[in-house]
Each structure stands twice: as structure tokens, then as C-alpha cells.
Design a protein around this ligand. Structure first.
Ligand SMILES: [Fe+2]
Length: 486
């Protein structure tokens, strides 16, 4: 293990106690080392898995009140001919600087901000956090780390040092929130994402952006009476599909407020989920309604004749958000979402829902490179559960053609999002591997598992000597010189 700078290690609990998947061993300073590899990496699987995770829940006088507000840490797992090396670094930025000072004067997800009375008077809408702990994607300039605010952080892939904060001032409008789940159109080499403009009026603004360029072009503007909570959306080759659950906030409620962003929202099961289908070529918008439901993650969207289909992981309501607050987070955080198919018929009428699998599923993924916006036959994901004592998880493969589910899990290991990597020259939708990082609660250390994406058999396990916190999302980038199949 190589300690690059002085690092701070979390206090060690009693040896017999199980760890938590939200724990980090080393939380300060850049840190790197070698993992112990069991099994064999496929010879074509060379590159870097980079993920972002909420990691630091307390720093001096500052405390996060919600999982989503813990300060972000980037960690990289480099898959090489010589084995697996890990690197990690707290995400430097304004949020970390404020936390070090013991006071957070910017708005975060569910932790009250600590603005003075005068600052609230002169700045009615608070500045939003740059704590980009939700997702990270590769770009030509570096890795782009994101959260659900106007700021994105560009990071050096080699050092994990922040290069700069990306600040947009373009036709979409400065200060608009952006989702942290952009879609990528491989054929056009463009990112498509959604901005939420909050002002006298609320607007959803789907936009396109060339990968590596920082100017956004609006595709449509959808005016709303209130702010919906949106985390992800769907995209087909011709359409953008937005689903707005009845978890809403009035824009005026944000004025002068010190509450966390989500604490302005209220769930109303009597209201519908609103769907907006945006034509990517013309910007025309069609609306539909469906029953109340909540979701964080979409799976895939596709055109089915003139109908639009959106698969997502659907919850009955938004109560999971409260179970992810501190200290409830240390209890039962079961992701009771099910794979749901939403169909919006071209002929009009309400959106229809169909549950595709009875088991719980979260952190979904599909083989996007092979599909190219077409209908998927396989979904992978992971779901957190609880056995009465500790958090559990299972990695799942759901075969929609055969109606079968395949599971992978290890006792006392909690796995996060599986990332699919396609084998070069792949023949089928499942021809590749899944990379998933787990928290071994007994060893209090992390592991990277490489699973065959068809049968979920483990091909290799890289065991790290430290714990990594359960993260949200990340991406795999192939090493240069390795045949590119994705
Ligand atoms: Fe997410």
C-alpha cells in the first residue's frame, strides 16, 4: 500500500462488529494501493472504473443529515496486466472548504444550510452545492463529476484532482439545476440532459451538448406550476421521455429558506405522475398522465411503433428518501422498487404500468452500446435489503425474453451499482462482464467483483485493504490500445 499523503483513518470499532456499507477506512488525502486479485481478469478487460460516492458524513462541527449530502469521494479501480490498483480522493471544492470551516452556507439536498439572516435577505435563493457525489462520466477533457445542481466538476483522471468547476452561461440559462443522469447518443456523439429552471416560472429544459463542449442547446421548454423532483429520464432515437412524480415544491417556498432542497417538497398521492414526450427533432411536447408513483432511476426507453415505452424502477411513494436520512440510514434501507414498464400510447389516454419482475431492483443498467436506443431484453441491477440486523444486497440479471432472474451475492457483502462492459466483438446483449464494488461487512474492506454478465459467475475478485463507501454511479473507460467494443 502506498500512502501518498498523511491520511486520517476512521476510528476502529470492536473487531467483532460488522462494518457498514457507508463506511470509509481512509477519508482524507489522496490514497492509493494494490488490491489482491483472486481469479483472472478477462484479457480484454483493461481500463479504469471510476466511481463517486458520498463518503464524509462529519467534519468538525459540520454534519450531513442525509446520505446524499455526505461529501463526495472519487475512487478509481485500474484494471491492468499486473492486477488491480485502487486510488481514491475526496472531491476538493467549495463544499469541502465550507465543511472544513464547520459551516455550510450553501444549499444541499436535505441538510439545513447555515446562512446568516443578512445573507438570506440579500440572497433569497441560496447558492447550491458543488458536492458532485452522484455520477461521473469520461469526456475528452477529463472525468466530469455531477450532482443535481448547476455545477459540474471536471477531474483529472490520473490524479483525481479537480481541474475546474464547469459553470454554464448559455441559452439554457445560468443557474439552472441539471440532472446527474445524462443520456449519451453514441451516433451523434452528444449528451442529452434536462435542466430545471426555477424562477418566477418553473421550466424543464431538455438540452443537447456535444461531448467535451460546454454550451447547451435547448430542445424544448416545458412550463410548470411547481417544481417536480427529477433524478433521471429516458431517451429513444426520436424522443425524450420525462416522468414527473407527484413529489413537488412551490418555487416561492425556496425564498429565504434554510431548509434542505428536498425538504420543500411534498408527496401527494392524489396527483398523477406527469409524462412529457419531447420530439428530439422538432421540440414538440406531448403530455400524458399516469398513476402516482416514484422513481429515481430509469432503465431504458424505446419506440414501439408509435408508442413510447419507458422502463424504470418504481416505488409506491417517495418514503425511501426519509429512510436515507441520518441516523435512519443505519437501519433498514431496503430499495423496494420493482421493474416497471410504462407505455404511453400514441393514440392518447393514460400511461399504463406493467410490473415486469416481482423482485426488488435498483441501480439498473442495460447494454446501451449494443441497443442503440432499441428495445432491451436484459436488465441488470442491484438492490439493497435488510436481514433484520444489517444491510444486504443482491446483484440481479433479469431476462425479459425468457422471464427468468439470475442472482449473485455473497454473505455479508453489500454490492452497489453493476457497470456493464461489453466484450470487444460481442455477439449478444449479455456478452460482456459486470463490474460491481462491494462492502465486505465482516472484513470491513471493499472488493471489486468481475461477473460474467450472462450467468453472473464471478470471474475475478480484487480485494482491497480498505473500506470504500457504497457509492451511487460511475463509468468504465477502456485503456488506450485495448480493442474497443463499447
Ligand atoms: Fe442516480
Amino acid at each position: 500500500m502506498n500512502l501518498d499523503t498523511a491520511s486520517r483513518t476512521a476510528p476502529s470499532p470492536a473487531p467483532a462488529a460488522l462494518g457498514s456499507p457507508f463506511d470509509s477506512s481512509v477519508i482524507d488525502g489522496p490514497f492509493a494501493g494494490e488490491a489482491r486479485l483472486e481469479g483472472r481478469l478477462p484479457p480484454w478487460l483493461r481500463g479504469t472504473l471510476l466511481r463517486t460516492a458520498p463518503a464524509l458524513f462529519e467534519l468538525g462541527a459540520w454534519k450531513a443529515a442525509h446520505w446524499f449530502d455526505a461529501l463526495g469521494m472519487l475512487y478509481a479501480l485500474d484494471l491492468t496486466d499486473d492486477g488491480v490498483r485502487f486510488r481514491q480522493r475526496l472531491l476538493d471544492g467549495d463544499a469541502l472548504t465550507h465543511a472544513r470551516a464547520g459551516r455550510m452556507p450553501v444549499s444541499t439536498f436535505a441538510t439545513p444550510n447555515e446562512r446568516s439572516f443578512l445573507r438570506r435577505v440579500f440572497e433569497p435563493i441560496p447558492t447550491l452545492t458543488d458536492n458532485a457525489n452522484v455520477h461521473v462520466i469520461p469526456t475528452p477533457d477529463g472525468w466530469l463529476a455531477m450532482t443535481e445542481t448547476p455545477w459540474q466538476r471536471l477531474v483529472d483522471g490520473a490524479t483525481l484532482e479537480p481541474l475546474r468547476t464547469v459553470r454554464y452561461d448559455d441559452a439554457v440559462g445560468a443557474g439552472a439545476l441539471m440532472l446527474a443522469h445524462p443520456e449519451y447518443d453514441r451516433a451523434r456523439r452528444e449528451i442529452v440532459n434536462v435542466a430545471i429552471k426555477i424562477g418566477r416560472r418553473v421550466e424543464l429544459v431538455p438540452f443537447r451538448q456535444t461531448l467535451g463542449a460546454y454550451t447547451r442547446t435547448p430542445i424544448a421548454r416545458i412550463a410548470l406550476d411547481d417544481i417536480p423532483y427529477l433524478h433521471a429520464f429516458g431517451m429513444t432515437p426520436t424522443k425524450i421521455v420525462l416522468a414527473a412524480p407527484p413529489l413537488r415544491a412551490k418555487a416561492a417556498s425556496l425564498l429565504w429558506s434554510n431548509r434542505g432542497y428536498i425538504d420543500h417538497f411534498a408527496w401527494d398521492a392524489t396527483r398523477p405522475t406527469d409524462f412529457f414526450i419531447v420530439d428530439r427533432a422538432t421540440g414538440s411536447v406531448r403530455r400524458a398522465e399516469g398513476d402516482a408513483m416514484f422513481f429515481f432511476h430509469t432503465v431504458n426507453a424505446f419506440d414501439d411503433g408509435d408508442d413510447v415505452v419507458l422502463d424504470l424502477c418504481a416505488y409506491r411513494d417517495a418514503s425511501l428518501i426519509d429512510r436515507l436520512r441520518v441516523p435512519a440510514l443505519r437501519g433498514d434501507v431496503t430499495n423496494d422498487a420493482r421493474l416497471c414498464r410504462v407505455r404511453i400510447a400514441a393514440t392518447g389516454g393514460r400511461a399504463t404500468y406493467e410490473t415486469l419482475d416481482a423482485s426488488y431492483l435498483e441501480f439498473p443498467t442495460v447494454n446501451r452500446a449494443a441497443l442503440g436506443g432499441a428495445r432491451h431484453g436484459v436488465v441488470w441491477g442491484a438492490a439493497l435489503g435488510h436481514d433484520g440486523a444489517v444491510t444486504t444486497s443482491t446483484v440481479r440479471r433479469i431476462d425479459l425474453e425468457r422471464g427468468t432472474a439470475t442472482l449473485f451475492g455473497r454473505d455479508r457483502v453489500v454490492y452497489g451499482e453493476p457497470v456493464f462492459v461489453r466484450r470487444p466483438g460481442a455477439a449478444g446483449e449479455s456478452d460482456g462482464v459486470l463490474l460491481t464494488v462491494g462492502s465486505d461487512l465482516a472484513r470491513r474492506c471493499a472488493e471489486l467483483v468481475v461477473l460474467d454478465a450472462e450467468g453472473l459467475e464471478p470471474l475475478a475478485t480484487a480485494r482491497l485493504p480498505i473500506a470504500l463507501p457504497l457509492g451511487f454511479h460511475g463509468s468504465f473507460q477502456r485503456a488506450k490500445g485495448v480493442a474497443h467494443g463499447a
